[in-house]
Design a protein around this ligand. Structure first.
Ligand SMILES: [Zn+2]
Length: 422
């Protein structure tokens, strides 16, 4: 067992060193020569100071991302190998006979340990975000969000685990299929309540305050045949300098949301371009495609989880200190396998998302016929969030749910020259 821990530490350290070399040393942020000096060139809209800051900031953020995922795996593995999971289970079993209370106790303590282990990296991320002037959130507000995260995820984990382990104990082989069946209404329910129940726990939402702007947006919505009567604004300026807007929720709870930072710092035609982009998502039903995609992925994912759990137990039962899959103590293994699988499909899901985002950009430029508003919007987005205009390849495939700022501006420039938009 000592050997297993020793090896995983060594592999993790080497991996981090490799990532650091790639991000800080080998990756090249300079854009292709033919686009130098154009609106897609960061030096045309960022000062050299801002360019330098954005490179440093992105390198740090990217490093933290790549370091934190295997770090989680390492934490799960340690919880198993050191017998912590086994100990928690025994303790919960001694405390009560009722399975759901055992689950509640076990899940609470496991969740607390995992959250505590992740805290240093979370703090580092918050610290850098403050240091580079992106986050404006106070420490107490940040901590409040962390506690909210912990409570929501622990509660959700408790419900999911009670049902899941109930199924595993009943259907040793087929549990994954029944779990998948139950996951379908659950996914839809969560999507439904997200904008009305979960999001307001973090921030304040209200109808757009600027009525003239709202009227413009609603007339654009009418042009796009969207039956919208409100656009929502969310108070984000207490937390960040970055700009954003998004569509969320389904059915009667679907809504378009604008960050107040976006309303304050963009010109009207730029806000309208963003709104047209969001309407593109709505018109092309991207949320529903997203739900369908996650249901399909969950089917294969849960099947793989069930196979990998049995395989890992057959091989390392003793080391992992788990007797059967249906034992609560196997939860860290389940989380480890799920996280591994999720990470491995990230490039694929990001690629689909980038495709949809590109389609929404295309929709926006066709609806507004104003490519210039789009170009200046993307420039301002990059400036406000110190985001990388031209990120390294690995960063793009693992982290970019949107095309890069460079790609988005290049596309709009091409639209301008092809269609003679202004
Ligand atoms: Zn979008």
């Amino acid at each position: 067992m000592k050997k297993m821990i020793y090896w995983s530490v060594l592999i993790y350290v080497l991996y981090c060193a490799g990532i650091a070399l790639y991000l800080f040393w080998f990756s090249d942020a300079s854009i292709p020569t033919e686009w130098r000096g154009t609106s897609a060139d960061p030096s045309s809209f960022l000062t050299s100071g801002e360019q330098h800051l954005s490179e440093r900031y992105s390198d740090l953020k990217n490093f933290l991302y790549f370091a934190s995922i295997p770090y989680d795996w390492f934490v799960y593995l340690l919880i198993l190998l050191l017998g912590i999971s086994n100990m928690l289970q025994k303790w919960a079993q001694r405390a009560t006979k009722a399975f759901w209370v055992q689950t509640a106790l076990y899940v609470f303590w496991l969740s607390l340990i995992i959250t505590a282990a992740a805290l240093p990296l979370e703090l580092a991320s918050y610290h850098f975000s403050r240091a580079y002037g992106i986050s404006t959130q106070s420490m107490s507000s940040w901590l409040r969000d962390e506690v909210t995260d912990f409570l929501i995820s622990t509660l959700l984990l408790f419900f999911v685990i009670t049902v899941l382990y109930g199924l595993i104990r009943r259907f040793e082989k087929r549990w994954w299929f029944f779990a998948w069946l139950i996951s379908i209404p659950l996914t839809i329910f969560l999507m439904f309540i997200q904008p009305v129940v979960i999001d307001p726990l973090y921030n304040k939402f209200y109808p757009l305050k600027n009525h003239a702007l709202e009227a413009e947006i609603l007339s654009l919505a009418q042009q796009a045949h969207i039956p919208a009567d409100h656009v929502f604004e969310v108070n984000m300026s207490e937390k960040t300098n970055a700009l954003n807007a998004y569509v969320t929720g389904i059915g009667s709870h679907a809504r378009i949301v604008l960050w107040d930072t976006t309303v304050e710092r963009l010109k009207q035609e730029e806000v309208l371009f963003i709104m047209a982009h969001e309407m593109g998502h709505y018109v092309m039903k991207h949320i529903y495609w997203g739900i369908a995609g996650s249901i399909v992925l969950a089917f294969f994912g849960l099947w793989m989880v069930s196979r990998l759990m049995s395989w890992a137990l057959a091989k390392w039962r003793k080391h992992l200190r788990i007797k059967a899959v249906g034992e609560l103590a196997s939860l860290p293994l389940l989380l480890l396998i799920m996280s591994l699988l999720q990470f491995s499909v990230t490039p694929l899901t990001n690629m689909v998302s980038r495709y949809e985002e590109h389609a929404a950009d295309k929709y926006a430029v066709e609806l507004t016929e104003d490519a210039d508003a789009g170009i200046s919007t993307f420039q301002k987005l990059a400036k406000a969030g110190l985001s990388e205009v031209y990120p390294p390849y690995l960063v793009k495939i693992f982290r970019y749910t949107h095309p890069t700022i460079f790609e988005r501006i290049v596309f709009l420039e091409q639209q301008k020259s092809e269609n003679g938009h202004k």
